[in-house]
Write a protein that binds this ligand. Structure first.
Ligand code: DAH
Length: 340
């Protein structure tokens, strides 16, 4: 009997030591300690043992069972530890490796300048109104007091889609769309993309403008000057800027003006940027022509208004010293990344 027990314990130890997974170890457990396992069957053999030897026999078998159970438990613990060590090794993070960085984007200079204008306008109570880029000839020209065959059409070399539909040549049709859909008081800005068949170092076939329009009772050219001075000081980042108005001509305003700012580089002394004059031309504007008000259903004897149009590319070029308008459209990262 002793030999049988010895044999079993040796066999169990061998099998336990060879079990390299929880599954195999469990098989060993079943093989020895299960319902039909070898230790259990040994116990069942008690019947054939002489009564006086039974206590001794029972004790031996119980010791055997206890030894095998302990060996299995030890092995179980060992396997678990090994498994954890392997898992930790597989998931190890090398903290000395360089990290993954996502590059920070930058706003395009035209977007920057547009946002600066919108901020400044909103500070004065202007609302944003955006019209369509594909526009009717009637709204882009005729209702702005530019009839067919008017010589002023030559100033805006136009992309026509049909005889009556075109790509808007300026943001001024935004004025018509606002005035025909709302009653005064009106105070809006219309930022947007515009199109002209023009292409050189200072002109692009696609460019951007912001239109401003104020219609109310008793609006005058002084309001235009005062508001624009406030806006331009913010955008060009200088409280010393002053504006000057020069007579000009636009069919949709009367009187019409070109608006210059005192040079924000040299303070008006004269430098390369202002070509020695101390002044920089930045936009056109004027008092909304009575015909335009009337065509839009607003009584010009009761209301008056001022309007103006600013080129965003020109503003960005002046502000950031960009020598060629095409740099704004090349999308060269070495250029665009500079505008953090
Ligand atoms: N639409 C004009 C242009 O593109 C700019 C302009 C001038 C707009 C005078 C105005 C204005 O509203 O009053 O050249």
């Amino acid at each position: 009997m002793k030999e049988r027990i010895e044999e079993l314990i040796n066999l169990a130890h061998k099998k336990i030591s060879e079990a390299f997974s929880g599954k195999l170890l469990n098989d060993v457990k079943v093989e020895f300690l299960g319902k039909n396992g070898s230790v259990t069957s040994l116990m069942k053999g008690m019947r054939d043992v002489a009564p006086e030897d039974r206590p001794k026999f029972g004790q031996l078998v119980n010791e055997l069972r206890a030894k095998i159970e302990k060996a299995i438990a030890d092995k179980e613990a060992e396997l678990k530890e090994k498994e954890l060590a392997e898992k930790l090794k597989a998931e190890a993070v090398d903290v000395t490796l360089p990290g993954k960085f996502s590059e920070e984007g930058t706003l395009h200079p035209i977007t920057l300048v547009k946002n600066q204008f919108i901020d400044a306008f909103q500070g004065l109570g202007f609302e944003v109104f955006e019209g369509p880029e594909i526009e009717l000839d009637k709204i882009n020209f005729q209702m702005l007091n530019i009839p067919e065959d008017h010589p002023a059409r030559d100033m805006q070399d136009t992309f026509y889609i049909t005889d009556s539909i075109l790509l808007r040549t300026h943001t001024s049709p935004g004025q018509v769309r606002v005035m025909t859909s709302r009653k005064p008081p009106i105070k809006v800005m219309c930022p947007g993309r515009v199109y002209r068949s023009d292409d050189d170092a200072t002109h692009s076939p696609i460019f951007h403008q912001i239109e401003g329009l104020v219609v109310d009772k008793n609006v005058s050219l002084c309001d235009l000057k005062g508001s624009l001075e406030t806006i331009l000081r913010k955008v060009f980042d200088s409280d010393d800027i002053v504006t000057r108005l020069r007579p000009s001509y636009f069919p949709f305003t009367e009187p019409s003006v070109e608006i210059d700012v005192s040079c924000f580089e040299c303070g008006g002394k004269g430098c390369k940027l202002c070509k020695g004059t101390g002044w920089i031309e930045v936009l056109g504007g004027g008092m909304v022509n009575r015909n335009v008000l009337a065509m839009c259903g607003i009584d010009p004897d009761v209301y008056s208004g001022y309007a103006f149009g600013i080129g965003l590319e020109r503003t960005a070029m002046l502000k950031y010293h960009i020598p060629d308008i095409r740099m704004l459209f090349d999308n060269d990262l070495r250029f665009t990344k500079q505008f953090k």
